[in-house]
Structures are given as structure tokens and as C-alpha cells.
Design a protein around this ligand. Structure first.
Ligand code: G3P
Length: 221
């Protein structure tokens, strides 16, 4: 199977999503309650707008803590669009919902993953994605990337199909390290995603080329 790393953008801001989508840079979107708050919009409306812009999976998170209400919220979220991916917390109720939703053919994303064992449970529940939070582990002086490496090894040991979605990405270095380890997806804030193209020597080199080109007096085409 051809292996391609996917880039998701971690935002519910429609302008940011549109800009990156137009650049052909993104394969999907992840949202969460904090990002919905930041967008200042209604969850159903903003999620619908995002889904109409982006072809790939758009993660929308349930906010219920118990299985029955998670399923009720899922019924609502899943109706928004075909490309909705139901984001569930890594709890027993979340895992139970994940298993049932997977069997029904829904895409699922198990979120707030902080240990390899949690990721293992998500894979056993048939999750489409599991989201280990890199930055938040780094925040408490643990090594977020080590977790990605552990999950990669475990999933490869058993051929689990669940994709590792490296989340809580804070730096361009996180993106590089996740790629080196073989995370299937990184979900990145728009500003960090835009930083990936930046290097001062690229800017300086362009400046020199353009100045020299002007001196030739030529035009292409
Ligand atoms: O989508 C969830 C995750 O990416 C959150 O990141 O920076 O709030 O830890 P952060």
C-alpha cells in the first residue's frame, strides 16, 4: 500500500481553512470544543461550512460523557455531512461508542490520548484515527514524540489499521519528528503549517536571484 503522510489543519476558523485548502495543503480538518469557542460560531453551522470546503475527514467532537448521549450527539453531527469524523474521548464510554460507530461504518477519532495503552484500546475498538497529544505531554516535561514512536511500534507489530494522528502539534520540529517516526497524520494549527515553508536562506536566495535577474533585463515568455 502506498504510504502518504496526511496534513490536517487544527482549527475551526473558516478563513484559515479556505486559505490552506486553496493552496492544496490540507487533507482534512480537526476541531474540538475549544476551537469552536475560539471561532465564535455555532458548532453545526461552522462544521457544515468546513465540510463543504474540505473533501477529507472533518473531526467534530462529542461533548457528552456517557455512551447514550454520545450516540445522540453523533446522530446530530453525522447528519451535517458525509465527511464528518466523530471525535470521541478516550474513556470506556468513548471506546464503546467507537466500536459501535465503526461497525456502522462511521469514521472515528479517539482523542485525548496520552499513553500507548490508550492508543491500543482505540485500535482494538476499530478507531479510524487515534490522537496522541504531543504538546500537552511536552508541557508536563514528558516526551510527546516518544509516545508517537511507541504507538507506531505497537500498531506495526499487529498490523492495526488505526491511523496515528499526531495532535497538539506546536512547532515545525514536531511536524518533522512525527514524519520521521511515521505518524500517518499530523494536525497542525494554521500558523505552524504556514511556517513549514519558511527559511531565511530561501528568502535571501530569492532576493539575490531577483536582483540579478533584473540586471539581465530579460523576461520569460
Ligand atoms: O485537536 C486537539 C489538539 O491538537 C489540541 O492542541 O495545542 O490545545 O494542546 P493544544
Amino acid at each position: 500500500m502506498e504510504k502518504k503522510m496526511k496534513f490536517f489543519v487544527d482549527t475551526a476558523n473558516i478563513d484559515e481553512i479556505r486559505e490552506l485548502n486553496d493552496l492544496g495543503l490540507i487533507d482534512g480538518v480537526t476541531t474540538n470544543p475549544s476551537l469552536i469557542l475560539k471561532s465564535g460560531r455555532n458548532i453545526s453551522e461552522v462544521t457544515k461550512d468546513i465540510c463543504s470546503l474540505v473533501k477529507g475527514p472533518v473531526s467534530a467532537e462529542v461533548t457528552a460523557m456517557d455512551y447514550d448521549n454520545m450516540m445522540r450527539e453523533t446522530n446530530h453531527l453525522a447528519k451535517i455531512a458525509e465527511n464528518i469524523c466523530i471525535k470521541l474521548p478516550l474513556t470506556f464510554d468513548g471506546l464503546r461508542a467507537c466500536k459501535v460507530l465503526t461497525e456502522k461504518g462511521h469514521k472515528t477519532n479517539m482523542t485525548l490520548c496520552f499513553t500507548a495503552n490508550q492508543a491500543l484500546l482505540a485500535a482494538k475498538a476499530g478507531a479510524t484515527f487515534v490522537s496522541p497529544f504531543i504538546g500537552r505531554l511536552d508541557d508536563i516535561d514528558l516526551n510527546g514524540m516518544e509516545l508517537i514512536a511507541e504507538i507506531r511500534t505497537i500498531f506495526d507489530n499487529y498490523d492495526f489499521r488505526t491511523e496515528i494522528l499526531a495532535a497538539s502539534i506546536r512547532t515545525v520540529n514536531h511536524v518533522k519528528e512525527a514524519a520521521l517516526i511515521g505518524a500517518d497524520v499530523v494536525t497542525v494549527p494554521a500558523a505552524t503549517l504556514k511556517q513549514l515553508v519558511k527559511h531565511p536562506l530561501t528568502d535571501k536566495g530569492l532576493e539575490i536571484f531577483l536582483a540579478d535577474w533584473a540586471k539581465t533585463g530579460q523576461k520569460i515568455g
